[in-house]
Write a protein that binds this ligand. Structure first.
Ligand code: SF4
Length: 310
């Protein structure tokens, strides 16, 4: 938002570009652009992001966050947008040294270079500390009016936000879902066991408990009503959906179905997490496509189930 203000102060027209994948949304960008009254294009980059995510050239951060490669992809997409919109340059709100992995001097250089749009990439908040770009040389933007902020402190940014009377700006966020250790563990497991995963498999990582029964079979257990609904919604005809027939309980999803003995265990887990009494057999309904079958089953053993949680 500050970068936008600084560029707008030079009388330059600005358009926003934000990105979406199952790991992050454009919600904050939407709010910001609404507050600043500028148009925003939201681009879904899930497919390209996924290809990159499996083997990021510059590796992962502490979890499954490939921040440098992710920034490269976003800048590349923004550059393509610049060309299609006939715009003069692209700019970001990055601040030199603000984030150790992705905003060090070397990283900013690599990101811009690898995006293919280095000479058109302006960082208005730190431009005074970075090499001059083409739009600056050509006078499309006045370098003397750009800033020289660096480091992790946000003091100057907060002062500027006050000066611009910005109220609705979001607090600094820790990162997207890929920086979450629990989520990263589930994603690593998915990558290790699925060669041709689908987008909905990524969406499923965000809900429920995930339990790996063996190399071929993983199940997802809803923890509350909302999660049961999401799991149900994301299920497909070739999955198995399990629910207890006579007691409230979770929706359990077996993506891409499973062997008979794994189904017994999955149904037992469904019973374990349900309100059914722990010592008697309970009826579990197993649905795949239009076909429904029932298993009369004891709850799975807690200590066994604990070991299966991803
Ligand atoms: S935190 Fe997530 S969205 Fe942000 S750069 Fe890293 S991987 Fe990309």
């Amino acid at each position: 938002m500050l970068a936008v203000k600084i560029v707008q102060e030079q009388g330059i027209e600005v358009q926003g570009v934000a990105f979406e994948t199952p790991f992050f949304s454009a919600d904050r960008a939407l709010e910001a652009c609404k507050e600043m009254d500028i148009p925003l294009a939201v681009l879904d980059i899930t497919r390209e992001h996924l290809v990159m995510l499996r083997a990021p050239r510059y590796g992962y951060g502490r979890n499954m966050n490939p921040c440098i490669d992710c920034h490269i992809l976003m800048l590349k997409k923004a550059g393509e947008r610049m060309e299609s919109e006939n715009a003069d340059f692209i700019f970001t709100g990055e601040v030199l040294g603000q984030r150790p992995m992705s905003q060090g001097k070397q990283s900013l250089h690599v990101v811009a270079k690898r995006s293919g749009y280095q000479e058109y990439t302006v960082r208005p908040l730190s431009a005074g500390l970075l090499p001059e770009t083409k739009p600056e040389m050509e006078g499309k933007i006045d370098r003397r009016k750009l800033l020289n902020i660096q480091g992790r402190s946000r003091k100057r940014q907060i002062e500027l936000a006050d000066r611009y009377q910005m109220t609705g700006y979001a607090k600094p966020a820790g990162g997207c879902l890929l920086t979450d250790p629990g989520f990263a563990k589930r994603l690593r497991d998915l990558f290790a066991h699925d060669s041709g995963l689908e987008i909905r498999d990524l969406k499923l990582l965000k809900v429920g408990r995930h339990l790996r029964l063996n190399d071929k079979t993983k199940i997802i257990v809803g923890r509350k009503k909302m999660e049961n609904m999401v799991i149900e919604k994301l299920s497909q005809d070739r999955d198995i959906v399990i629910r207890t027939s006579d007691f409230p309980g979770p929706t359990v999803l077996v993506p891409y179905a499973c062997e008979k003995e794994d189904l017994q265990l999955a149904a037992g887990i469904c019973v374990l997490y349900s309100d059914a009494p722990g010592d008697i057999k309970t009826l579990a309904e197993c649905r795949t496509g239009g076909a429904v079958s029932h298993l009369d089953i004891l709850p799975a053993k807690k200590e066994v189930v604990q070991r299966l949680i991803i």
